[in-house]
Design a binder for this molecule. Structure first.
Ligand code: MTE
Ligand code: MO
Length: 191
């Protein structure tokens, strides 16, 4: 009797195992299902550009932005922070204005909101985004564009963790510009 029970148990386990394998296979073979489910890790590598001021919603990885044939800007950006500290940081990236043109900015666009992963955000007018003469208060020769950088002081940001930073010079002497350097940009909304 005990032997019969063991055989029965073994059979039940076998049937269950076969059922699991079959269920697994049908799931994988179903064409309707996406191969990759919405993966929070995968989504953290994209920058979303959206709003009524652009042609549509665009999601771009660092690799895609690097492949867009935009002028690569490499410069030492002057920073003044709220403690009065003056410092230079080298950045590599592309002009935000050029990037917006590439994705299709409309004539009606008025403002740009740049938002980070942690919710930190800044707002600029389109004219401020277009501006190519942000300053270094200590060097009258210097002119900066507003850029989306992917490399800071020789280190490329981790491409899986929102690898983009908004960077610009000062609007005028005394402008505490470092606070506008939004790190880990997740969204650019143009309206
Ligand atoms: N995403 C994000 N970016 C941010 C901030 C922030 O809190 N979150 N703080 C800003 C401020 S106030 C300063 S001074 C600088 C600090 O930059 P650091 O962390 O590279 O020194 O980042 C700016 N960018
Ligand atoms: Mo700051």
């Amino acid at each position: 009797m005990r032997k019969m029970n063991n055989i029965l148990l073994a059979l039940i386990v076998l049937v269950l195992m076969i059922a699991m394998v079959v269920a697994g296979c049908t799931g994988q073979n179903n064409d309707q299902e996406p191969l990759i489910e919405a993966d929070p890790v995968a989504e953290k590598n994209v920058l979303t550009i959206e709003g009524s001021g652009v042609a549509g919603t665009t999601q771009l990885t660092l690799q895609e932005i690097q492949g867009m044939q935009l002028d690569v800007i490499e410069d030492d950006y002057f920073a003044l922070n709220n403690f009065g500290t003056k410092q230079y940081f080298s950045f590599k990236g592309v002009s935000l204005w050029q990037l917006l043109n590439k994705v299709g900015v409309k004539d009606t666009a008025q403002q740009v909101v740049i938002t980070s992963e942690d919710g930190y955000s800044v707002i600029y007018t389109i004219d401020e985004v277009k501006r190519e003469d942000y300053i270094d208060e200590t060097n009258p020769e210097k002119k900066y564009k507003m850029i989306i950088a992917w490399e800071e002081n020789g280190e490329v940001y981790d491409s899986t963790q929102y690898p983009f930073r908004l960077v610009m010079g000062q609007k005028e002497p005394g402008d505490i510009n470092k606070q506008n350097w939004v790190a880990k940009v997740i969204n650019i909304k143009v309206d």
